[in-house]
Write a protein that binds this ligand. Structure first.
Ligand SMILES: [Zn+2]
Length: 392
């Protein structure tokens, strides 16, 4: 890197440096949600070249125990070897996590575990913004110099990507590497047919409503999609009294106000997956008639009646089947289990749920709208500050 950019970066990184050593949680400290607790404990020991990891043998949804990465935690064993540094946290009635015990004296501590991407995101962002051309190795060096922390080059690369995004060249290089690996595979085992084709990112949108958790009154609606690196991208959310046609229209109309989202939603190559009940069916073609829309496999399964885990497996096989015959084969397996359920599923039009009959936009693991459900789950009481007043 050039000397001018390191001169620019210096004041910022050194001003951020003390935060690493001043983050030891004390008894009584509180964290508003599980995510902030996670960040807090991951960062707590960074300046000591350690991190706090979850002791999976203890705790649950309301009590957690974290130990120094220098501890030796063995499944099935009560005692803990190595370092005895630990913190405990309990979730109280106000839904916040409180630190209830701390022990920060390292003993026979071997260290271990490098910081995660999230733990150093803040410091990494400062460095990358000062020099967006920085290499992963350069970032490792800078963070070591400024904060004394040791990142793996792989993590450093991910920290950088989270700031600058993935470049088109990097993407193309990835495809080329995939192609050459496939070629090698074909050479190594004659007769193998390989084919690598870039068809662009498959665009799947999930739309769903779920009842809000806790004392909240109402339903939360979400539109989510998946990025090319498989993370859930959240496009729009709304809170309404009831899940019905108007609620879906409200969500869609407001999402369409954003030009980028509108362009995405109106493409023929976009697939929208909903649970196809309580108004979603009528809402989708209204605002988004270019896009393909599918029914959520999970909801179909729920609504068709009991088929058990075996039937569930066959239903998913049917939904993902590459051709009609395979689809029929798995549907017939459901028939053996529950004739009524079979009739419900088999009578639903195939182009709404069976991948072979669709436009082929969708990847095979995208046959349900669970992404939206996950978001509803994530936006639980941890995140929401206070309940709505009861509906009038
Ligand atoms: Zn330790």
């Amino acid at each position: 890197m050039s000397s001018s950019s390191s001169a620019e970066a210096a004041p910022e990184t050194s001003s951020a440096a003390p935060s690493l050593s001043a983050t030891l949680p004390k008894v009584g400290d509180s964290f508003a949600c599980t995510r902030s607790l996670r960040l807090g404990r991951e960062r707590a020991l960074l300046s000591q070249g350690r991190t706090l990891v979850s002791d999976f043998r203890k705790g649950g949804s309301h009590a957690k125990l974290f130990r120094c990465s220098g501890a030796v935690i063995v499944k099935g064993q009560q005692s803990t070897g190595g370092c005895q540094v630990l913190i405990r946290a309990n979730k109280r009635k106000d839904k916040h996590w409180y630190i209830t015990e701390t022990q920060y004296e390292h003993s026979s501590c071997a260290g271990g575990k490098k910081p995660s991407v999230a733990a150093l995101a803040k410091e990494g962002e400062v460095v990358v913004n000062a020099n967006r051309e920085i290499t992963a190795g350069g970032l490792v060096k800078q963070l070591r110099g400024a904060h004394g922390v040791e990142l793996t080059p792989h993590t450093a690369n991910r920290v950088k990507r989270s700031v600058v995004g993935v470049s088109e060249e990097a993407q193309n290089e990835g495809y080329q590497r995939l192609q050459s690996s496939l070629d090698q595979l074909a050479e190594a085992s004659p007769g193998t047919v390989v084919h690598c084709e870039g068809s662009g990112v498959q665009q799947v949108l999930c739309m769903d409503f779920a009842h809000m958790k806790g004392e909240w009154n109402g339903t939360i609606g979400a539109m989510t999609t998946k990025s090319s690196d498989n993370t859930i991208v959240h496009l729009a959310t709304c809170i309404v009294a009831k899940e019905n046609g108007n609620a879906y229209r409200y969500l869609i109309d407001n999402a369409l106000k954003n030009p980028t989202v509108a362009a995405f939603l109106k493409k023929p190559s976009t697939t929208i997956i909903t649970d196809k009940h309580k108004g979603s069916e009528s809402a989708v073609p209204d605002g988004l008639d270019e896009a393909e829309y599918l029914t959520c496999a999970e909801h179909m399964l729920k609504n068709c009646g009991a088929v058990g885990p075996g039937g569930r497996m066959h239903f998913y096989q049917a939904a993902r089947a590459p051709d009609k015959a395979t689809c029929e084969f798995h549907l017939n397996k459901i028939k053996d289990l529950n004739t009524a359920a079979y009739e419900k599923v088999a009578s639903a039009s195939r182009e709404k749920w069976a991948v072979y009959a669709t436009r082929g936009n969708v990847v095979r693991d995208q046959v349900n709208s669970n992404m939206a459900e996950s978001l509803n789950h994530a936006l639980g009481p941890d995140v929401l500050p206070a309940p709505f007043p009861p509906a009038l």
